[in-house]
Design a protein around this ligand. Structure first.
Ligand code: GRG
Length: 296
C-alpha cells in the first residue's frame, strides 16, 4: 500500500467531517467560532483522527462510523496546541504555518477557542449513540478513556510536569512521565478508541494499547529531533525553541544518537505488538514507520 495516498485520503475525509461539525461564524459567538475554525483548519496532519479510523479498520470496524469520534479527537488536540502556544506556556508565534491563535485573536479569545473545542469534542462524543456509532456502554467506555487521556491523568498532567521541570535537570523516569502523558496519552487513546468502536476483543485491545504507547513515544522523540534537525519552513513552526527554553527533551537527556536508537526501537516494538493482526492492520504498521520518517 502507498501510505502517503492512504493518509491524504483519510485526511480529506476527516476535514470534510470536521466541516460538517463546525458551523461558520454566526451570531454573537461569531468571533469565537472564527477562532475555533482558524486553528482547526490551519493544516494539521490529522494523525490522531487517522489513528482512530485505522484502529477501527484494523479490527474490521467501519471507518465512516468512527468519524465523529475521530473529529472529537482532533478538536481536543487542536485545543491543546492553542493553549500550549499561549504566552503563559510556550509563547509561540507560529503554528501550522500560521500566526498562533493568540497572535491573531488575542489571548482571551485564544483561551476560549481552546475551551470551546475541548467541550465541543465531548458534546460530539456524548451524541455518538444517536449517530448509530455504537452501543451506549461502548460509547461510555470511550468517553471515559478519552477524558482520562486528555485530563490530569494524561495530557494535562504531562504538560504541567513539562512546564514545572523547565530549566531543571530531570531523571529518565520524569522524562518518561512527561512524554507518555503529554503526547502519548492522546495518541494511545486515539487508536484504542477506534479499535473499541470497531468491536475489538480484549486481546487485540491489549496489543493495540502497546502499539499506541510505543508510537506515542516515537512521535515525541521524532518531534524533539525535528526541533534540532528539521526545516522550520517545512514544519510550519519555529525550530530550536526547545533548547532556548531550557526544555528537557530526549536529545538533551539521552543525546541525539541514543534518541535516534530509542526512536527506531520503539517503532519496531510497535509493529511487533501487531503480530496477531492481519493485513487490515497494515495502515497502522505503515503509520508507525511514517512517524519515524516524518519531516513535519
Ligand atoms: C496545553 C493541556 C495542554 C497540553 C499541551 C500536545 C501538547 C500538550 C503540547 C504540544 C507541544 C508539542 C510541540 C509536543 C510535541 C508533540 C506534538 C503534540 C506535536 C504537535 O502535534 P502534531 O505534529 O501537530 O500532530 P499537527 O499540527 O500536525 O496536528
Amino acid at each position: 500500500m502507498d501510505i502517503k495516498t492512504y493518509l491524504a485520503d483519510k485526511r480529506a475525509k476527516v476535514d470534510e467531517a470536521l466541516k460538517r461539525y463546525m458551523p461558520g461564524p454566526h451570531g454573537h459567538a461569531g468571533k469565537l467560532i472564527e477562532a475555533m475554525n482558524y486553528s482547526l483548519f490551519a493544516g494539521g496532519k490529522r494523525l490522531r483522527p487517522i489513528l482512530c479510523i485505522s484502529g477501527a479498520e484494523a479490527v474490521g470496524g467501519d471507518a465512516e462510523k468512527v468519524l465523529p469520534a475521530a473529529c472529537a479527537l482532533e478538536m481536543i488536540h487542536t485545543y491543546s496546541l492553542i493553549h500550549d502556544d499561549l504566552p503563559a506556556m510556550d509563547n509561540d508565534d507560529l503554528r501550522r504555518g500560521k500566526p498562533t491563535s493568540h497572535k491573531t485573536f488575542g489571548e482571551a479569545i485564544a483561551i476560549l477557542a481552546g475551551d470551546g473545542l475541548l467541550t465541543e469534542a465531548f458534546a460530539i462524543l456524548a451524541r455518538l449513540e444517536l449517530s448509530g456509532t455504537g452501543a451506549a456502554d461502548v460509547i461510555k467506555k470511550i468517553i471515559g478513556l478519552i477524558a482520562t487521556a486528555s485530563g490530569w491523568q494524561g495530557m494535562v498532567g504531562g504538560q504541567a510536569m513539562d512546564i514545572l521541570s523547565e530549566g531543571k535537570d530531570i531523571d529518565s523516569s520524569i522524562m518518561g512521565y512527561i512524554h507518555s502523558h503529554k503526547t502519548g496519552a492522546l495518541i494511545t487513546a486515539s487508536v484504542t478508541s477506534g479499535a473499541i468502536l470497531g468491536g475489538c476483543s480484549q486481546e487485540h485491545l491489549n496489543d493495540i494499547t502497546i502499539y499506541g504507547q510505543k508510537i506515542g513515544l516515537a512521535f515525541q522523540i521524532a518531534d524533539d529531533i525535528l526541533d534540532i534537525e528539521g526545516n522550520a519552513e517545512e514544519m510550519g513552526k519555529g525550530t530550536g525553541g526547545d533548547s532556548k527554553k531550557g526544555k528537557n527533551t530526549f536529545p538533551s537527556v539521552y543525546g541525539l544518537n541514543e534518541s535516534k536508537k530509542i526512536l527506531s526501537e520503539s517503532i519496531d516494538y510497535a509493529i511487533e505488538a501487531l503480530g496477531r493482526f492481519d493485513t487490515r492492520a497494515d495502515p497502522l504498521r505503515h503509520i508507525a514507520r511514517y512517524i519515524s520518517e516524518r519531516k513535519k
